[in-house]
Write a protein of this length. Structure first.
Length: 297
């Protein structure tokens, strides 16, 4: 009897083993998590060894090439670029996470309500979403960011970007829920007496969870890209060492003409790693969100 139980326990893989096996079958997700996780670990560990004040102007000699004292050199304003990369990476990722989370939360709520209830609720939400989708997002973001230009912070910028980040998720999630709302398990829950919101949270959301996670990663990427665009135009938080503001100062102080490669390479490489990592994570999650691509162990 004991041998039988031991064999049964050995036959059932642990959760950690299951995750490891899945990552082995899904190299895109594994590499993406490794890249993004590596950036976050670099920023987190670096914050314990680097003073945040070194990322401010006049904290170091200006235009210094990389050295032991300043591993990534300094820019024309006297900011230590290693400190800028350490704190700027986290600020940029945090901005994307805040805007992406708000966008998915608002867009998801509108999409679920619109598709499930239908009728005038669906028409009104769908009309507003369609109208806002026709308006260039960058134009609206520039206008809003200009109004807050003097007191803009990374969190404020995240909220500005989140003001439009819900539009596409609302449309996409609505389309998914329209397909699912008449499924057998939904009708069973409805016959059993479950209310609309109970069905949404207990039946629809769990089944759409992989798709929602993939949509969240896409929303984070879009939010970071939008913030980089605004900051490159000088509409970002001037006192925050985000990667976008580093690129703005790089262009504003002619780093390319002065051939200050140590100023140019670090922020661009950090953004490349971040976007490639998010793309690979999104590609890997597509297997979970799309049953046709889902593999069996």
């Amino acid at each position: 009897m004991t041998d039988t139980l031991s064999a049964a326990g050995a036959a059932k893989p642990s959760k950690s083993l299951t995750v490891r096996l899945y990552l082995q079958r899904n190299p895109s997700l594994a590499v993406g998590v490794l890249l993004v996780g590596g950036l976050l670990v670099f920023s987190l560990v670096g914050s314990f060894f680097v003073d945040e004040r070194m990322a401010r102007p006049l904290a170091a000699p200006s235009s210094q090439v990389p050295s032991l004292a300043h591993p990534f050199g300094s820019d024309s304003q006297g900011r230590d670029l290693f400190a800028v990369l350490v704190y700027g990476t986290w600020l940029t990722v945090r901005l994307g996470l805040i805007a992406g989370a708000i966008g998915i939360a608002v867009g998801g709520a509108l999409g679920f309500i619109s598709a499930y209830f239908g009728g005038w609720t669906d028409r009104i939400i769908n009309f507003v979403t369609d109208v806002l989708l026709t308006v260039p997002a960058l134009l609206i973001l520039v206008i809003i960011a200009s109004a807050f230009r003097d007191g803009l912070t990374p969190t404020t910028m995240a909220l500005i970007i989140a003001a439009l980040a819900w539009r596409r998720p609302a449309r996409q999630i609505r389309a998914q829920v329209l397909v699912m709302r008449n499924a057998g398990y939904v009708n069973t829950a409805r016959i059993s007496g479950a209310g609309p919101f109970e069905i949404i949270f207990a039946e629809l959301v769990p089944n759409l969870l992989p798709y929602l996670v993939a949509s969240f990663v896409t929303a984070v990427s879009a939010a970071v890209l939008a913030s980089i665009g605004l900051e490159a135009m000088g509409l970002g938080p001037k006192n925050a060492p985000t990667l976008g503001m580093t690129i703005y100062y790089m262009m504003n102080f002619s780093a390319f003409l002065l051939k200050m490669w140590w100023w140019i390479v670090p922020p661009i490489m950090a953004l490349v790693v971040l976007f490639v990592g998010l793309y690979l994570i999104n590609t890997g999650l597509d297997e979970l969100a799309n049953p046709r691509l889902r593999k069996r162990v």
